[in-house]
Design a protein around this ligand. Structure first.
Ligand SMILES: Cc1cc2nc3c(=O)[nH]c(=O)nc-3n(C[C@H](O)[C@H](O)[C@H](O)COP(=O)(O)OP(=O)(O)OC[C@H]3O[C@@H](n4cnc5c(N)ncnc54)[C@H](O)[C@@H]3O)c2cc1C
Length: 329
C-alpha cells in the first residue's frame, strides 16, 4: 500500500451535519481499498464550525481533509471544485467517489471537466479490476437496461453513486484519523448570497429509506397530509407522480419517474398511482414496493411485492395507526 491516498471520497454536509449518503460513498471507497490496496482520503467542506465527525468512524477513512471556513457554509460548487482540483493536481488520486445527490452530481461533472477525467454517474455497482481499472454498472434508458463500463488506465476516474445502494454494516476500523483542517478563505469568483431550501428539514426523496408516494388517486392536495403522517411514522418522506406535480399539489422535488427523480428506497408505498411506465422508471429499483389502488388491474400491481385493492384515503390512515402501534410498542 502506498502512503498517498489514491481514493478520494467527497463527504457532503448539510448545515453542520454530515449527510448519510456520504457514509455510503465512504463504505464503497473502503471496499475498493481492500481489493486494490489504495488508501482512502475523506474530503469535507464545511462552515467555520467543523461538524461532528464521529459518524465517519463507522467507515473510518485512512486520512481526513477538512476545509473549514464561513464561506464554505453554503455549498458553492464552483469554489469547491476549484479547491478540490488543486488537491487532484497535487496528489494525483486514481479515483474520486461522490454521492449522486444534486450537489454531488454537479461537483462530479465540474471536476470531470477541470481534470479532463471520465465520469460515470449514478452507479449501482463498482468493482476494482486492478490498481488502475474499475468496472461500474449503471441504469440507462430510464432503468430499462444496465450499462457496464470499464474505467481503465492510470489517469483519474470519477464516479457518482446512487443513494441507498452502497449502505454497509459499520466497519471494524473505528478510530478516526486526526483531521487535517485547512481554514484558508476560499478563492471564488461567485459568492452564495442566500440559499433557499424548499421544505427544509425534510429528507430528500432520493435519499429516503421509505418513500410514501401519492398519485391522482389521492384526489387532491388536501389528502397528502395522510401520506405525510404515514411517512413520518416510518421515518420517510413523500413522493408524487407527475400529474400531481403538474397540478401544483406537490413541489417538483417530490416527483418520481422518468422526468422526475430516481429513487431506490427500502420501502416504496404507491398510493393512488396507476403505474405508468414513466413512473415505474423512477422507482423500480426500490427494494420493496407496496401498492394501494382501487383498480385491481392497475399496472402498478405488476411491480409490487404487496398489493392492497381499496380506497387509499381509507387504507393509509389505518396503516399509519397500525404502524404507530407496532413501532411504539
Ligand atoms: C415524456 C413523459 C414523461 C413522464 N414522466 C413522468 C414522471 O416522471 N413521473 C410520473 O409519475 N409520470 C410521468 N409521466 C406521466 C405518466 O405517463 C402518467 O400519466 C402518470 O404517471 C399517471 O399519474 P397517476 O398514476 O398519478 O395518475 P393516473 O394514471 O390517473 O392514476 C390514478 C390511479 O389512482 C387510482 N385511484 C383513484 N382513486 C383512488 C383511491 N381513492 N384510492 C386508491 N386508488 C385510487 C386509479 O385506479 C388510478 O390507477 C410522463 C409522461 C410522459 C409522456
Amino acid at each position: 500500500m502506498t502512503d498517498k491516498s489514491s481514493i478520494f471520497v467527497w463527504i457532503e454536509c448539510q448545515g453542520e451535519q454530515i449527510k448519510p449518503v456520504s457514509l455510503e460513498a465512504l463504505h464503497c471507497g473502503l471496499q475498493l481499498s481492500e481489493s486494490s490496496g489504495q488508501k482512502v482520503c475523506a474530503v469535507l467542506f464545511c462552515g467555520s464550525k467543523v461538524p461532528d465527525l464521529s459518524p465517519l468512524s463507522d467507515f473510518a477513512p485512512h486520512s481526513l481533509k477538512v476545509f473549514s471556513h464561513g464561506r464554505w457554509q453554503d455549498h458553492n460548487s464552483q469554489a469547491v471544485s476549484s479547491t478540490f482540483f488543486k488537491m487532484i493536481q497535487e496528489q494525483s488520486p486514481r479515483l474520486i467517489l461522490l454521492p449522486a445527490s444534486n450537489h454531488g452530481k454537479e461537483l462530479g461533472a465540474l471536476l470531470s471537466g477541470l481534470a479532463q477525467a471520465p465520469l460515470a454517474s449514478d452507479c449501482i455497482e463498482v468493482e476494482c479490476l486492478g490498481e488502475n481499472d474499475f468496472k461500474v454498472k449503471r441504469p440507462i434508458y430510464s432503468g430499462k437496461a444496465y450499462a457496464s463500463l470499464a474505467l481503465e488506465g492510470a489517469g483519474l476516474h470519477i464516479i457518482t453513486l446512487r443513494p441507498n445502494v452502497f449502505r454497509g454494516e459499520s466497519g471494524s476500523a473505528t478510530v478516526l484519523p486526526e483531521a487535517d483542517i485547512n481554514t484558508t478563505e476560499p478563492e471564488s469568483l461567485s459568492l452564495i448570497v442566500r440559499e433557499v431550501i424548499k421544505e427544509a428539514g425534510k429528507i430528500d426523496v432520493t435519499e429516503a429509506r421509505v418513500v410514501v408516494s401519492g398519485g391522482l388517486g389521492m384526489q387532491g392536495p388536501e389528502n397528502f397530509g395522510l401520506l405525510e403522517d404515514l411517512a413520518s411514522v416510518l421515518g420517510g418522506t413523500v413522493g408524487a407522480s407527475r400529474p400531481v406535480v403538474d397540478n401544483g399539489w406537490r413541489d417538483y422535488s417530490n416527483q418520481v419517474g422518468q422526468t422526475g427523480r430516481s429513487v431506490s428506497p427500502d420501502l416504496y408505498i404507491a398510493c393512488g398511482i396507476s403505474g405508468a411506465v414513466q413512473h415505474i422508471a423512477g422507482m423500480s429499483g426500490s427494494k420493496c414496493i407496496v401498492a394501494i389502488n382501487k383498480d385491481p388491474n392497475a399496472a402498478i400491481f405488476s411491480v409490487a411485492q404487496y398489493g392492497i385493492v381499496g380506497d387509499a384515503l381509507e387504507i393509509v390512515p389505518l396503516l399509519t395507526a397500525e404502524f404507530k402501534k407496532i413501532l411504539n410498542g
